[in-house]
Design a protein around this ligand. Sequence first.
Ligand SMILES: *[C@@H]1O[C@H](CO)[C@@H](O)[C@H](O)[C@H]1NC(C)=O
Ligand SMILES: *[C@@H]1O[C@H](CO)[C@@H](O)[C@H](O)[C@H]1NC(C)=O
Ligand SMILES: *[C@@H]1O[C@H](CO)[C@@H](O)[C@H](O)[C@H]1NC(C)=O
Ligand SMILES: *[C@@H]1O[C@H](CO)[C@@H](O)[C@H](O)[C@H]1NC(C)=O
Length: 575
Amino acid sequence: MARFTVAVASAAVAFALWATASPASAPAPAPAPASKQLKCDTASFAAVLPAGATLEKVASVPEGGSFGEGAADIPYPVNPTGLPELCAVTVRVASSASSSYRFGLFLPTAWQGKFLAVGNGGFAGGINWLDMAPGPHYGMAAVSTDLGHNSSVIDLTWALNQPEKRTDFGWRALHGTVVLGKTLTQAYYGSNRKIAYSYYNGCSTGGRQGLREIQEFPDSFDGALIGAPAWWTSHLNNYVTKLGIYNLPVSDPKHIPTALFSVIGDEVVRQCDSADGVKDGIVTSPELCAFDYSKLLCRGGGNSSTCLTSAQIETAKKVYSDAYSSVDGSFVYTGLTLSSEDQWYILLGGTEPSPFGVGYQRDFLLDDATWDWRNYNDSLVKLAERTDPGGAQAVKFDTSAFKRRGGKMLLYHGVADGLVPTKGSEHYYNKTVEAFGGDVGAVTDFLRFFLIPGMQHCWSTPVGAPYNIAGAFQPGAMGSGQWSVPGFKDKDHDAMLALVDWVEHGRAVDSIIATTWNSPLDPSSGLLAQRPLCPWPQKAVYDKTGDVAAASSWSCPPLTVKGRNPWWWWWRRWW
Ligand SMILES: *[C@@H]1O[C@H](CO)[C@@H](O)[C@H](O)[C@H]1NC(C)=O
Ligand SMILES: *[C@@H]1O[C@H](CO)[C@@H](O)[C@H](O)[C@H]1NC(C)=O
Ligand SMILES: *[C@@H]1O[C@H](CO)[C@@H](O)[C@H](O)[C@H]1NC(C)=O
Ligand SMILES: *[C@@H]1O[C@H](CO)[C@@H](O)[C@H](O)[C@H]1NC(C)=O
């Protein structure tokens, strides 16, 4: 029976391929003439730079070489290694009388006519050389900007009373980098070798940057891979302070000490792991788990390191709940998800709320370095919406101009994310559907959203969950010489290659196989598990007999618009 249903399914696939295939007679692209190509030297690039831009460095990197700025690049001090042969260029661009940004550009010798821009993280000010590195391996020229400042991920003090620098952070540095980066790429390879396709890859702030660029400049990219986007800056960065205050001050009986986060996390796994029908230590369907908080309660009302008081339980409930404004009742942000506890230390573990929140209020919103977080109130959400410091928020949900030109987007988010709430991406997806008049099919034609159970913020997993899809930061987190998914550098496992296949060959992404290793950031520790991710709201379904750790034991229900599956899906399930 299995044999038969596979044949039916592949007939359907074959038909789909046939229907979208280009004519077999299409000529292969002409080989590139070398005559118009710029040399990889300062004089050549200086001659093509526009006014306002200055060259910092031009360097030839040999096959297997390394490039970056080391410790001078505060947030990205690790230089990528094992690069393909390329030309590395660093440029500074004046963006106003009081601001400028820098960007780096990799121009691989083995260029395949493609351009890639990568994003940053948090409030980092530095060129993300490590995330650029996969570009040349894919045959793509790659750019990254420092966003116009030099700082760590959690340092926002550069923004105080600096509206122009905030604008560079919000959108101007990335947009200018994409425009000038394309110009230099085109100049380098010569006019007979056009940039055929442009891509974007970013997570967290990087996700926000990509969405913002697509919303305002739909021609910038043909495809975008967007992870855990911090898209709703005005709300999210106020929510971060509000969330921190739930657990403050530390002297209050309601305070949950950091040591108890894992007590909550363990109870979540105990109660919620099986909600999806498979007991594997991975909370796949937190929304199906009716969590019983009373199981956490200290008997006799005591205070111990293995249970919570009722006041602490009330705090935990608030952390998981969607937040509404105490000023006007309006929606502020989605709460953290059950299974995010391992990362609670980031926003809930301090003696004051996180710099991602308080820094935003001080240095972006109020321009008041002495502002005290104890003065927080929800009226700041509306103030931030109204003033939108830096023009950073990505809230123009109608991306039909991007879709019309053939743009495709893959959005993903870790279910165990304890920094940028997972459900916020679901909210973004829902708002997009709303902007397309409720037409889900019109959205799935160009945008697909994948939840990654057990994955934390952008990368890694504390529960052995398959998480790696070559998203932003993922190769770099595994080592300076990594790119794609080690051992599985193909479109079934690497989300960027899946996106490329969708953009260039019209094959929509119906699943991505996520991978993890015995030590999640060390592929040399040996393969631990693989599992397909399915476009939301679908989830991978276990075949009930195969090895849970093998991707082949799972399948994605077909993405259906009206909630009805084709007959052959039910056939496969029931026979
Ligand atoms: C950033 O600032 C630090 C000092 O805080 C300096 O050492 C470093 O060179 C600067 N980096 C760049 C790229 O300008
Ligand atoms: C619980 O007891 C510990 C000492 O055992 C103490 O340090 C802590 O403040 C107490 N916490 C609460 C919430 O009473
Ligand atoms: C809310 O906070 C802002 C900034 O601290 C302050 O100016 C405002 O007066 C506060 N509003 C209320 C109602 O407390
Ligand atoms: C998104 O929409 C779905 C379907 O209408 C709904 O069930 C879900 O609660 C929404 N999620 C969010 C975060 O708004």
